[in-house]
Design a binder for this molecule. Structure first.
Ligand SMILES: [Ca+2]
Length: 98
C-alpha cells in the first residue's frame, strides 16, 4: 500500500475502533468522540482552553442533529485539523530553508 492508502485505512480503522465501543458501531456518540480526541489527538486537546471543546466539536460536526457522528460527519474534523497542520508544516519548511 502507498502512504496515502495507509493513512486512509488508519483513518477508517480509528473511526470504527471508537464507533464500535457501544451497540451502535456505525457512529460515534459524544462519549466515543471524547475518547477518540483524548487518545488520538492529545496535543490538539492540550491547546484547547475551552473545557466544553468536545461539545462544541460535536455540535459543529453533527449535520443531522442526532447527537452521533457517522464517518461522513467525522471527516471534516480530520480535514480541518490537517489543513491547520499543513500551514504549520509550510511555515516550518520555509524557516528551515533560510
Ligand atoms: Ca449525526
Amino acid at each position: 500500500m502507498t502512504d496515502l492508502e495507509k493513512s486512509m485505512e488508519s483513518l477508517i480503522e480509528v473511526f470504527h475502533r471508537y464507533a464500535g465501543q457501544d451497540s451502535d458501531g456505525k457512529t460515534l456518540s459524544k462519549k466515543e468522540l471524547k475518547k477518540l480526541i483524548e487518545n488520538e489527538l492529545p496535543s490538539f486537546l492540550a491547546c484547547q482552553k475551552n473545557p466544553n471543546v468536545v461539545d462544541c466539536i460535536m455540535k459543529d460536526l453533527d449535520q443531522n442533529k442526532d447527537d452521533k457522528l457517522d464517518f461522513e460527519e467525522f471527516i471534516p474534523l480530520v480535514v480541518g485539523l490537517s489543513m491547520a497542520c499543513e500551514k504549520c508544516y509550510v511555515l516550518h519548511a520555509q524557516k528551515g530553508k533560510k
